[in-house]
Design a protein. Structure first.
Length: 293
């Protein structure tokens, strides 16, 4: 069934400037999974509803390990978002992926340390969603087209290696990740992508390349000041990409298979769902709660 688009955007606070959205409102949204990174900003862009959340909070006060990824995805779901576009700064693991370019990521290797909450499920209700193809191909293609139309150099496809951080990699690690076939490296895509799938939200990630990681023989170590300069330069291009995306979306949003990702994922019979856990899942699994006997 066709419906309306509502794009949730997760990224830095620089993606949103006053005047970006029509009828913009800043709204604090509570989550059953703790405190999100901050309030959401919601409004309209070229007739399409957009809702923004700054992944690291106002002023970039949260490290990648301290972001409450569950709460962020939960509040976007509560806001009625239909699709999630993440925009992240990354380092390049490939010579042809130069700083300043964008990568429409299609795969992930998760090397986070296991301290981040990775699932909405498991405490009284168990689910196993498929993650073989973690990115929505429709949204990813639309975002890549929009970025290219805005003037960005775009690489379509590439594996994102997710490390725990907050430190950058050693040279030995960086060279190992290249051997694995990873193209970019960052600290935030997981468990974000996993949680979006559990929440039945199609997810795409545009990676903004800020630097070459430290694998190059003559390369210097990764420098945060240099990264910030490229991020600032790319912020305007990212905002133009969002505007182009809004203008290019089909008038009606056709249903995605990801909209029903939980249909064949639930291991716990509905009759055995823990009541307290069910209450916490009222947004993430609200569709199933409504249709359950």
């Amino acid at each position: 069934m066709a419906g309306s688009w509502h794009i949730g955007v997760i990224g830095g606070s620089g993606l949103y400037d006053p005047g970006t959205l029509d009828d913009a409102q800043e709204i604090p949204v509570a989550s059953a999974f703790g405190e999100p990174s901050g309030p959401v900003i919601t409004g309209w862009l070229a007739g399409v509803r957009f809702t923004f959340i700054a992944r690291h909070g106002p002023g970039h006060r949260l490290s990648p390990s301290h972001v409450n990824y569950r709460a962020n995805i939960d509040v976007l779901k509560r806001c009625g978002v239909t699709d999630v576009l993440a925009i992240s700064a990354v380092g390049s693991l490939a010579e042809d992926i130069a700083p300043g370019s964008f990568v429409a990521v299609d795969q992930f290797i998760d090397r986070t340390a296991g301290t981040r909450a990775r699932s909405f499920f498991g405490d009284g209700v168990v689910a196993h969603v498929p993650m073989a193809d973690p990115v929505c191909p429709r949204l990813s293609a639309l975002a890549a087209d929009a970025a290219q139309g805005a003037g960005a150099t775009v690489h379509r496809g590439g594996t994102y290696l997710v490390i725990e951080g907050p430190q950058f990699s050693t040279r030995a690690e960086s060279r190992l990740y290249r051997q694995w076939g990873a193209k970019v490296i960052g600290m935030t895509a997981m468990p974000e992508a996993r949680l979006a799938r559990e929440a039945e939200l199609p997810y795409a990630l545009l990676a903004m390349v800020t630097d070459y990681d430290c694998w190059r023989e003559a390369g210097e170590s990764v420098d945060m000041s240099a990264i910030l300069k490229v991020m600032q330069a790319n912020a305007g291009l990212a905002r133009q990409t969002l505007a182009a995306l809004a203008q290019s979306l089909p008038p009606d949003r056709a249903a995605s298979p990801i909209d029903a990702a939980l249909d064949h994922a639930m291991a716990t019979p509905r009759s055995h769902w823990d009541p307290a856990t069910s209450a916490r899942l009222d947004a993430v699994a609200g569709r199933l709660l409504k249709i359950a006997p």
